[in-house]
Design a protein around this ligand. Sequence first.
Ligand code: ZN
Ligand code: FE
Length: 256
Amino acid sequence: MANLEFHQFTCLDDNFGVLIHDPDSGDTASLDAPEAKKVRDALTDTGWNLTHILVTHHHGDHIQGIPELKDAFGCHVIGPAAEAGKIPTLDQTFGDGDEFSFGGEPVRVISTPGHTLGMINFYFPQSGVVFTGDTLFALGCGRIFEGDPQMMWHSLTKLMALPADTIVYCGHEYTLANAKFSVTIDPENSALASRMDEIEALRAAGKPTLPTTIGKELETNPFLRAADPEIRANLGMTGASDAEVFAEIRGRKDRG
Ligand code: ZN
Ligand code: FE
């Protein structure tokens, strides 16, 4: 029985925090720790007690809250084996394909290098939820700081293979800016045009645009649509590989 509860909130300027709660055991995990105070406020709001932190990657805006939370709650910190040297507060590390249990559910670790080399994402197959950190955003993907486009594309294909109804939580609210870029790459996509309207309405109301789903991203996120014939025609890249088309789209966003 999938019965985990998910509570999303905003931190810092544009980061998301999420609490994952198992009502049976009371176990509660913070997905990354962007800002200790905001995580503590969310715990107060929900009445949950922090037992775990799940860390996606070593960037400061994802780990800076860990020491204070660990001091206050004595929680168990799980993160990427490949970045253990950069995240001094880890109690347990995992790599690609590893599985552990949280709140009675299996959690599958998917390594998605590109934004950082050791990035891991957490997939809860029973709840149908994936936490993509700074790898996959709504209508976007992370900047490639440590890897290369080929590596990032391969990482994204792992997420694209998850069931279409999988719910996606990610690290940042970048959706409106991503949407404005997306229409320059995929101007004829009517699903993208109507999503743009939804996003503008949500942001105007001060509401988050996340979570999204894998299916929605496959339909509208240009970074996942490198195989699309219209996008390829727009870019003049009909004969290129998917990774090359992806690299061109990423490059245009970086330069824009
Ligand atoms: Zn990052
Ligand atoms: Fe980040």
